[in-house]
Design a protein around this ligand. Structure first.
Ligand code: GLN
Length: 488
């Protein structure tokens, strides 16, 4: 059982293909680990063990003809991604036990590839947060140190992958929700270029920023998952026609001549020295493989967090207006009239972080303040995009920290939301500019992981993944396990 757990998703897929392990055996192994570790970690909101075993049995006959390297590999899905017949509630009381009558595009594509879903992963309510503590279903704990948060909002996904409860997971990233938990839990995660992956069936937080992406144990595993889920989908008008199936085969690890920019403004005040050192050591590894790394000035950093929170909250206030107790999920049990039904359902159904964002969003969109805040934020967003365009005239990729610190202690962040928002400084730029960005483990401090971020130009996933793969060929941070086991 232990050896299986330490395989990467691709290695497990290969072992299944070769007939060395059955899909049921792999699935049962994951379910056993979940049974052992879930009581202390709480990565899952809904475990779908029975469905998973049934699917594992059904898939076995097709192993020989399997095309995808992920055929038969057990994985799990963040709870804001619709899964037909399996409860999907965004970690919110207001969605109750909403069970979607349809699959998200990504769920369909992973099903087609032959992956086995183990269930739905914990997250911050409606993906709003950086710690997975705003979940109605209680916090997820960091497998490296259960006194700490796993990050958020895809904290359940990152913790489940780190804890070997699944071989990969799907998360979503609006302002860092794949990359920051990946960094806190020592796994690899990529937010693709906006439009690369269909958002059909992703429950919206801020539609112009949201993207689905993988969290896994290596850049190669992430490439395989992205190969399976990316591409045009006519049900999402923002989805792009990207070439299918080319990322994994492009991972050569050859980064000779690659020019990497190190934005010096990302290494200033507020960044823990241990994190700064680990990211700089990452630069040295990439240089040793033939890339050049050069500091440069990227002066807009102080505008990133305000711009992001204005836009994200504005869109959230609009997207979340649909939860009124009439169409979906939970309804307040007692009310006097229709208005009272709306009020009570929303008052009782949303948690306080979600309410704070709805209030903020409504404020910045109100007629008196629209120009001063929302319109201004859109103008700054355009400037940020231009600044990245200029940077990518000079560099192939940018290297930055993922978060200013390692994982905070449970209960530390929610008391000071402003501080929590500020800690998103390094991840929100890629969402504001729609760019691909990856987080990979690059060190440890006090026994918990540190992450480094690689940001690429639009549709530069191949270069981002290849640089991360090159780094992982020469380092073993991504192989370390909170349980002291190492992946081969
Ligand atoms: N922490 C950020 C927020 O709370 C990002 C969340 C996300 O990417 N979903 O908005």
């Amino acid at each position: 059982m232990k050896e299986l757990l330490e395989l990467s998703a691709l290695e497990l897929g290969a072992a299944i293909k070769a007939g060395d392990v059955s899909i049921a055996e792999a699935t049962q192994t994951a379910l056993d680990v979940m049974a052992e570790r879930e009581p202390s970690l709480n990565c899952f909101i809904t475990a779908a063990g029975e469905q998973a075993m049934a699917r594992a049995q059904a898939l076995q006959a097709g192993v020989k003809d399997a095309k995808s390297p992920l055929y038969g590999v057990p994985m799990a899905i963040k709870d804001n991604i619709c899964t037909k017949g399996v409860k999907t509630c965004c970690a919110s009381k207001i969605l109750g036990d909403f069970t979607p009558p349809y699959d998200a595009a990504v769920t369909e594509r992973l099903t087609e590839a032959g992956a086995v879903s183990l269930g739905k992963l914990n997250m911050d309510e409606f993906a709003m947060g950086s710690t997975t503590e705003t979940s109605f279903y209680g916090p997820t704990r960091n497998p490296w140190d259960t006194g700490r948060v796993p990050g958020g909002s895809s904290g359940g996904a990152a913790a489940a992958v780190a804890a070997r409860e699944c071989w990969f997971a799907l998360g979503s990233d609006t302002g860092g929700s794949i990359r920051q938990p990946a960094s806190f839990c020592g796994v690899t995660g990529i937010k693709p270029t906006y439009g690369t992956v269909s958002r059909y069936g992703l429950i919206a937080y801020a539609s112009s920023l949201d993207q689905i992406g993988p969290l896994a144990r290596s850049a190669a595993d992430c490439a395989a998952v992205l190969d399976a889920i990316q591409g045009k989908d006519k049900r999402d008008a923002t989805s792009l026609d990207v070439p299918a199936g080319s990322l994994l085969s492009g991972l050569t690890g050859d980064i000779r001549g690659m020019k990497i920019g190190l934005p010096s403004d990302c290494f200033g005040e507020g960044l823990e020295p241990q994190v700064a050192d680990a990211v700089k050591a990452t630069a040295a590894v990439l240089e040793a493989r033939g890339a050049t790394v050069e500091p440069f000035s990227f002066p807009l950093m102080k505008y990133m967090v305000p711009t992001y929170y204005i836009i994200a909250c504005a869109e959230a206030s609009s997207n979340l207006s649909r939860y009124d107790g009439v169409k979906y999920g939970w309804r307040a049990p007692e009310y006097e009239d229709l208005t009272d039904l709306y009020c009570r359902t929303r008052t009782e159904g949303f948690g306080s972080e979600v309410k704070r964002r709805i209030l903020l969003g409504t404020f910045v969109l109100s007629s008196g303040y629209y120009d001063a805040y929302y319109k201004k934020a859109l103008q700054v967003k355009a400037l940020i995009k231009e600044a990245f365009d200029r940077a990518f005239e000079q560099y192939d990729l940018l290297l930055t920290p993922v978060a200013p610190t390692t994982a905070p202690k449970l209960g530390e962040s929610l008391s000071d939301p402003l501080k929590m928002y500020l800690s998103d400084i390094y991840t929100v730029p890629a969402n504001l500019a729609g760019l691909p960005a990856l987080s990979m483990p690059c060190g440890f401090d006090g026994g918990v992981p540190i992450g480094a971020q690689l940001i690429g130009p639009a549709l530069g996933e191949a270069a981002v993944l290849n640089a991360a793969h090159a780094f992982q060929l020469d380092t073993d941070y991504h192989r370390r396990s909170p349980y002291g086991k190492e992946v081969k």
